[in-house]
Structure formats: C-alpha cells, structure tokens
Design a protein around this ligand. Sequence first.
Ligand code: NOJ
Ligand code: MG
Length: 589
Amino acid sequence: MTCAAYGKVGRVTDAPTLPDLVHPANSPDSPWWRDAVIYQIYPRSWSDSDGDGIGDLPGITARLPYLRDLGVDAVWLSPFYVSPMNDAGYDVADYRDIDPRFGTLHDAEVLIDTAHALGLKVLVDLVPNHTSSEHEWFRAALAAEPGSPERARYIFRDGAGPHGDLPPNNWRSVFGGRGWSRVPDPDGTPGQWYLHIFDTTQPDVNWENEEVRAEYDDILRFWLDRGVDGFRVDVAHGLVKDQTFPDTTGSMHTAENAPGHRMPMWDQDGVHDIYRRWRRILDEYTVPGDPDSERILCAEAWVQPEEALARYVRPDEMHQAFNFEFLDTRWDPAGYRHVITESYRSNDAVGAPTTWVLSNHDVLRHATRLAVVQEGYRPNGIGADDPQPDPELGLRRARAATTMMLALPGGAYVYQGEELGLPEHTTMPDEWRQDPIFHRTKGTDEFALGRDGCRVPMAWAKDEPSLGFGPSAKTWLPQPEAYAALAVDQQDGVPGSTLSLYRDLLAYRRKHRFGHGALAWHELDGPETLAFTNTSGDGTRTVLCLTNFGDEPVSLPDGDVIISSGPLDDGRVPTDITVWLRLPTGHDR
Ligand code: NOJ
Ligand code: MG
C-alpha cells in the first residue's frame, strides 16, 4: 500500500506516534465546489404549490429560504423535464422544457434567480445515457427504416437466430429483464431490437454518433445560458458501449465484476472523451479571475475501484463524482477508515476534491439502512412483510454518520429529508409503488420492491394536510405515520433535534472552512472507534471527530466538545455517537 495511513487499519496504538496525515489542506480561496454541501431536491416530493399531490417548481422556490437557513451551498434538482414519468423523470422527452406537472420554463428561471439571490447555487440533472421513448428522436427512429440516420441516434441491431427473434446479445436491464426490446418495422412486420439498459421506455442513445454529441453540447449550453451552476450527470459511466457488444456474465450493478473484468456497457474508456468535451464548454462560462463563476459537472458513476472513479475527475474532465463506496459502507470503523483513506488517496492523486454522500433517491435512507443487519447486497426496498429495522437505532447511527461525514474535508451531498432524520417508508402498500424496478421484477428471481420508500413527500408541518407538503391532503406516494413527529415545525429551533444538529454542523463547518481542512488519523482511532482530526482550512483550529462503534463508552482527551450527535455519558462518548471536540490551541493535528 502506498499510503502510510492505510497501514493503520485496525491497529491499536500503544505508543505515542505522530498522527498520519491522510489529506493536506486546500487553500481557503479554492473554488466554491471543492467544499460545497449540496442539497438534493427530488422535485416530485419536496413542496407542492398547487395541491395536486406532486411537488413542483413554484413550491420549491417558495421554500428556498429554508435551505439558506439550513446552511447548504447549493441545490441539485433531480429531473424536472417533460417526461412520461416511467422512471420518475429519468426518462426525458424534451430536455429543453419543464414537465407541466412541475411548472414552466419561466418557473425554472425564477427558481434559479431566487436561489442565486439567496446565495445558493443550482445544479440540474442531465440524463444523457437514454431518452424517453416519447422523445421526438425515438418516435422518428421507429417511423424510419433500419439503417436510417434516425435509427443511428439509438442502438438498433438485428436480432439473432434465423428469424431475428432472439435479442442481439444477452445483456440485461438494470431494472430487471432483458436489455433489448423488439420493434415493428414501419410496415408492421417484426423488425430490429433496440438497447435499453434501464426501462423499455428508456432507449439508450448512440454516443458513437456525432449528431448525438452535438445535441447534448447544445442542451448543456441551453441550461448554462439560463444560469445553472452545474450538472449532475446521470449514469455517467454508461454512455459508451463496447462496440463488439459481447455477451457477458456478471451483475449489471457492478462495473467491474472481477479484477480486470469490466462490463462492456460500463466505464468504457471512451466516456472520458465526452467529459473532456463538456469541460471545455463549461469552462467557456468561467469569468476570468472569478472562481465563484465556475460551473461544474458531477458524475453519477457506480464504478470501482476508487482509481477508476478518480479518472472521471481528472483536471480536464468532471469536477466531482459521487462517492458511492462511502454510501455503501456498513456500520463498521474499519470499512469507513478504508474508504476514507482510499478516497483521499485516489482523488488527491488527480487533484480533485472527494465528495461524501449517505442517501439519495436510489437507496434506502440512511436512517433506516444503518440499522439493517443482514449481510449481502443492500436491499432495494423494504416492505411490510420484511423484518423491520429498529428506527431508534437507525436514527442514532444516521446522526452519528452524518456528524462524521460533515467533518470530512471535501464536498458533501445531503438528500432531502435526511436533515429531519426521516426513515425509509418500510410498510408502503404495493398498490402505491411506481418504481419500474418493482413492476419489471415482480414474479421473477430478480424481484426487488424498488426505490419508492425513499421518495416519499417531505414533512413540513405536523398538523397540516399532507404534513404541509402542499395545500391539499394529496400526496403521490403515502407518507408513513412516523413522519408527523419529525416534521420541520416539530424540530425547528428545538435543541437536540436532528434539524438543529444539521444546522449546527453546517454552520461550524462553513465558518471554519473545514471542507478545505487537512485530515489525519488520531491516536484514538482503533478497532471500535473512528477518530480523525480536521485542521480547518483557515488554519485556526483542529477538531477531533470521534465515532464510537463499540459497546463501551470512550473517554475524550482534553478539549471543548463543540457538537455531539447525541447526549454524552458523563463526558464519555457512548455507543453509536459521534463527537466534534476542539483540541487545545497548539495541538496542530
Ligand atoms: C440513476 C438515477 O439516479 C436513477 O434514479 C435512474 O433510475 C437511473 N439512473 C436511470 O436514469
Ligand atoms: Mg403540484
């Protein structure tokens, strides 16, 4: 191992040693995105202005001051474009307009301007791997002949077998079932097959085609011209396919199923040319001498190992990539120590900031996930018939995990509602479920409940209809009972509430530029604790962040407790609690 700190995994320190520096400090003048905390809004579920039970852009704009007060730097909006909503908007029919359920283009412009006036940056979602089957390009492709320029924008192939009635290869869909569907020729006879790595209504776009590249360049400019500060890039590791389209074995959920065995639809080298091209476009929008004007790209790329992910954030490519290895880590100090060390090692090697994330709209909320004890791949949804994770344990660990995450230098992503400690909806009746994963896998070996449980509308006010989500009682997914007591109005200004914890963490982190700080393992780091110091970007203070994963309370060294994820036990840190402790001046680690 090249990094000295890595050797510390599991080591019990029995002699005083110099702490291991894992990550050096950044200049406090670095551009905004290197330490930004970005709040993910799932537009359908954050705030509904018109009472139709579906969140919308005017609803979001009205509540933006809440985010300023929370203390985040930016918002990322999941897709709000025209869409049949077969995959909750990740099936885009028109990239240059807003779905009427969410509002209008004018509403988007007002949202962006209002956010900017409040000091918040805005990232939008870009979905370049596939369009909706209702996109005008796909309609034109279906109406055109095989071999036509219209079909060349997608991945159409003749079928296998004497009559072409078998799919061109054995690729699966991430959502279950076949990755290919057959379409009729314009004359109605059975024709070619098209590739869809996700739902059948999400045909994959052909990135070998220059017309496609030019179109997405133009879409980027369309939104940059409207003032967006960046893009979260959906399925960033999927755009380029191995052009030999080989049969493959292995899980569609993992880019590299065994060392060196990369799946032919994931993480192909050619994707990086696309991001270099996009970076040049974004850089045209930077005002010379004003790092605050920089626009960014963040990769949603489920690739391993960390080095492969770091290739997406080389200096001439994207700015950030989601750290899903961190999100996927189980409640275990050795696992966190490993992923933290490796993340800094690989990102520092390319000069990129590391990002941190615990929840999003695709995974079990961490207030539930961290109480799931079963082994194996994380479950995709929990239903009423499944063992129910302990909500108190989940919340306790979630608060500890977030307190740890926000002490780490780099950027961080926060998913709507986690600042309230919202759990997953784990008893949602099946008739509500909308995720295509549920519908595509039902009755098969691949069966999964899907992601609806983490997408439930927000809880703003305990005693209002739809918990204040909108003016009516309607919600597109049902809110679980537990949400009422966790509503914003129940936590606002209440010491010790999860909302107050998030506000305190974010305020302290921002004030002392901990996102630009230096990270070192501390001598209290051990088999049952995770303990590191962050020496702030402004160089004025060193904070020890300690999480206790063991059964016995842990004593702290001299210093002032600044924030704790839960009550201490006579000055000691109990199980599943994280503490920030300011070390006495002069202690430079
Ligand atoms: C990743 C998105 O986060 C997810 O919600 C979506 O289903 C897939 N990409 C396909 O676009
Ligand atoms: Mg609405």
